[in-house]
Design a protein around this ligand. Structure first.
Ligand SMILES: [Fe+2]
Length: 216
């Protein structure tokens, strides 16, 4: 056998182990790599945000399976219905694991000064996104931008300027989701809102902030 073939086997082998510990280690390695990359972004306003998001998605795609934290580490989501959350912070990145009961949901919220990648780890979710066009004293002007039905393994992203407002609803079997948020300032975070949409999905909608913050 040629030597290059042996080396290739060695490189692939660690990612093909099936022991639980091996998966955990792989997940930790990839999440650490993402946190390191985010920490190296010195001028957030100057970054190519879409390229960065594609890079994050590419790293998550490397994982055949993502290790989910112990269920005992999950807490009730402060704004969701039938949702529990487990957050891990690493520098300017927050890894947010969400466990949805059947038909559980997180109501409309934005992601001020941050972007995110979502990967469905189990079950299915539907999402509905808006672009924030304008914010006035009366509220926000929102433009419908995306609707998706996502099953296990599917990923989606939102940037500071695209799809930044959304809601997430689990299917009849529930869902487990990993969100990877990159925060660009100390004020970065979610703001929950009531959205009044026109009868047609394509029409503009109004968003009114409501009390309460609390992650994805
Ligand atoms: Fe969110």
């Amino acid at each position: 056998m040629d030597s290059w073939m042996i080396n290739l086997t060695r490189n692939i082998w660690p990612f093909r182990l099936t022991q639980r510990d091996a998966f955990s280690q792989c997940t930790e390695d990839v999440l650490s790599e993402i946190a390191e990359k985010a920490g190296s972004l010195k001028k957030p306003d100057a970054i190519e945000e879409e390229s960065y998001l594609l890079w994050v998605m590419g790293r998550l795609m490397m994982l055949d399976k993502v290790a989910i934290p112990d269920p005992a580490l999950f807490q009730v989501h402060p704004q969701g219905e039938g949702v529990r959350v487990c957050r891990k912070r690493a520098g300017s990145v927050e890894f947010c694991f969400l466990m949805f009961e059947p038909d559980g949901y997180i109501p409309y919220h934005d992601h001020s000064d941050c972007n995110g990648v979502m990967r469905v780890l189990g079950g299915e979710v539907t999402t509905r996104n808006y672009d924030l066009l304008e914010q006035t004293l009366e509220g926000m002007v929102l433009q419908p931008s995306a609707q998706a039905w996502m099953t296990e393994g599917r990923m989606a992203s939102l940037s500071r300027h695209r799809d930044n407002v959304h809601q997430v609803t689990a299917g009849p079997e529930g869902a487990v989701v990993l969100d990877v948020f990159t925060l660009f300032s100390h004020d970065a975070g979610c703001r929950y809102m009531k959205v009044t949409a026109s009868e047609q999905w394509s029409g503009l909608a109004q968003g009114q902030l409501i009390n309460g913050e609390g992650g994805a």
